[in-house]
Ligand binder design. Structure first.
Ligand SMILES: C[S@@+](CC[C@H](N)C(=O)[O-])C[C@H]1O[C@@H](n2cnc3c(N)ncnc32)[C@H](O)[C@@H]1O
Length: 359
């Protein structure tokens, strides 16, 4: 084991102190292990106290620039439902892969991606540029000592994309990274302000610390996303007028059954599902001027949903649901019934929605 750890060290050292590997990893400054500003000390002082949840079991966590994954393991330990890690650098990604495999944590998903144009010392061999498509909908994203590695236009673009994918962001920054202006607290607040609301921050006095830093962490909430309780959304869907005017009760029951079979059953042909019968009956009652659906089209549609259900189970949602408002009754309407039903069967009690009430 210690030989593997030694071989995985980038330039002879590990950037993160991963405690569960058996023997301590070689660090360039071992005294950082006792600091509030590095490794677990950074998590305990600057990150965990800002997590805005009481119960983590229905929440998803993502870190961009996660290095060997120390904070992913901390999020896993707290009980987050799914934990996503993104790392650009080839050598750090190897460490991350090794640590995830060694940890046996089943709910950690990792990918090698880079944001924009990385610094020359980040070796992006094997990495592809991250797009909005790659990002899943999560409750909180951590950008820890990453923002000052990014060019301004890449940071602004990332902040805009994340505001439609992540309910909250925690950003940790080192105010003394003077050569890179993006380390500056006020500069960051300005960058965030178009899409994010500042909620709170943590600043810690560096007295009596073996390796002090001028560090700040901040919690922001997206201006474009809101969360809703699944039960309330479901009630609206069942007894209200559907966004697309279909028989919501029948849709809900039959699609729930399809999701259940796909997730927990041992397979059933699409044609023998109640959802297929429901879709066939809708096709029969459809206005012929709008064009009729054929049986083959309906089967293709159902098979597409079956693949989507498994993708949501393995990787989470690609897009949030959409929250709208009926202009006459002022009632809230949520579009995305298929996704909502799938999340409910997966044990989620809340859904994240893009707030389109003023559009
Ligand atoms: C200073 S380290 C911080 C690691 C960890 N977040 C922490 O706080 O301990 C920055 C990390 O971001 C990664 N990184 C740098 N530029 C990146 C980019 N453009 N896209 C994705 N990751 C990047 C680096 O490879 C490195 O692992």
């Amino acid at each position: 084991m210690s030989q593997i750890i030694y071989n995985l060290a980038k330039n002879g050292i590990w950037h993160q102190d991963i405690p569960f590997l058996g023997s301590p990893v070689p660090l360039s400054y071992p005294e950082q292990r006792k600091s509030k500003f590095y490794h677990l000390g950074k998590w305990n002082t600057f990150i965990e106290p800002l997590l805005p949840f009481d119960d983590f079991s229905t929440r998803d966590f993502m870190e961009i620039g996660c290095n060997a994954g120390l904070f992913l393991f901390e999020a896993h330990r707290l009980g987050f439902k799914t934990v996503y890690g993104i790392e650009a650098d080839k050598d750090f990604y190897k460490q991350l892969e090794f640590c995830v495999k060694t940890s046996n944590a089943k709910n950690i998903r990792i990918s090698q991606r880079h944001i924009g144009l990385p610094e020359p010392n980040v070796d992006i061999e094997g990495s592809s540029e991250m797009s909005a498509e790659d990002l899943r909908v999560v409750d909180v994203t951590l950008l820890s000592n990453l923002t000052y590695w990014l060019y301004e236009k890449d940071l602004l673009c990332l902040l805009e994309t994340l505001s439609t994918k992540s309910l909250y962001i925690i950003v940790v920054t080192d105010n003394d990274v003077a050569q890179m202006s993006l380390g500056d607290f006020w500069y960051l607040l300005k960058c965030f302000s178009s899409h994010w609301t500042f909620l709170q921050s943590k600043i810690h006095a560096p007295e009596d610390d073996p390796t002090p830093r001028n560090m700040t962490s901040m919690l922001f909430q997206s201006k474009h996303l809101v969360e809703r309780n699944i039960e309330e959304v479901e009630e609206d869907m069942l007894f209200g007028v559907g966004v697309n005017g279909c028989d919501n009760f029948c849709f809900y029951k039959t699609f729930s059954q399809l999701v259940c079979i796909e997730l927990f059953g041992n397979g059933m042909s699409s044609e023998s599902s109640a959802y297929f019968r429901f879709m066939m009956s809708r096709a029969k009652n459809r206005d012929p001027k709008k064009g009729l659906f054929t049986k083959t089209e309906i089967l293709t549609y159902i098979n597409m949903w079956k693949r989507y259900i498994i993708d949501i189970k393995n990787n989470g949602l690609k897009e949030p649901l959409e929250l709208m408002q009926d202009i006459i009754t002022k009632r809230e309407l949520v579009d995305g019934g298929h996704r909502m039903v799938t999340l409910e069967q997966l044990g989620y009690s809340r859904v994240i929605c893009k707030d389109k009430r003023n559009n």
